[in-house]
Write a protein that binds this ligand. Structure first.
Ligand code: GLN
Length: 188
């Protein structure tokens, strides 16, 4: 199994370390020619969605990646990656892949200072969650499964081949969410 990791900006090295610890092969996606490599899954890391969206378009990665996601490539988006996949952004007019039926609020916990950690559930497992200027999911479509939430705010969800978290599992030692993603790929 090989994972393609979008490596234009943001926290992609941390995902690489998790994949290394799980013994999973990966490669970085930095330019169009990287998409000719065979990938079984795609990770969209945290970072700044506006910058990533612009780079994706400038480097002509945007349309081919969207097509691959629409065609069923398993994708895991953390934080900014979640924003890239959202169908609707509540407080921003920019649009990105728009493949996942979720309505998202960017920087929903405030701006720079609003970074925090908490323990909460992913499915039925309690895991540490790190939030960095995180979005939350305000509402989801009928086919979206909610995997984490607190106080009515949705923090992780899945729709078909798409998995998203508002928090950063790659910044903790807990590999539950990455393993869930690898299972999604195996069961595809
Ligand atoms: N605030 C960022 C954005 O809107 C996301 C933050 C993150 O990925 N940690 O893109």
């Amino acid at each position: 199994m090989t994972i393609g990791l979008l490596a234009l900006q943001g926290a992609f090295i941390e995902h690489e370390k998790v994949l290394q610890s799980l013994g999973v092969d990966y490669f970085e996606i930095r330019q169009l020619s990287d998409l000719s490599k065979k990938m079984d899954g795609l990770i969209l890391p945290g970072g700044e969605s506006t910058a990533m969206g612009k780079l994706l378009k400038d480097l002509e990665l945007f349309s081919p990646l969207r097509k691959m996601i629409e065609d069923g490539l398993p994708v895991f988006g953390t934080c900014a990656g979640l924003i890239l996949l959202a169908k609707t952004l509540e407080n921003d007019s920019r649009i990105f892949f728009q493949t996942m039926d979720i309505t998202v609020k960017r920087n929903a916990f405030g701006r720079q200072l609003a970074s925090f950690m908490k323990l909460d559930f992913f499915g039925d497992k309690e895991i540490p969650m790190i939030f960095i200027r995180a979005p939350y999911i305000h509402s989801v479509g009928a086919n979206v499964q909610v995997l984490s939430s607190f106080d009515g705010l949705i923090l992780a969800a899945r729709e078909k081949n798409m998995l998203v978290t508002a928090y950063h599992p790659e910044l903790t030692k807990d590999t539950t969410v990455h393993q869930y993603f690898l299972e999604m790929i195996k069961n595809r």
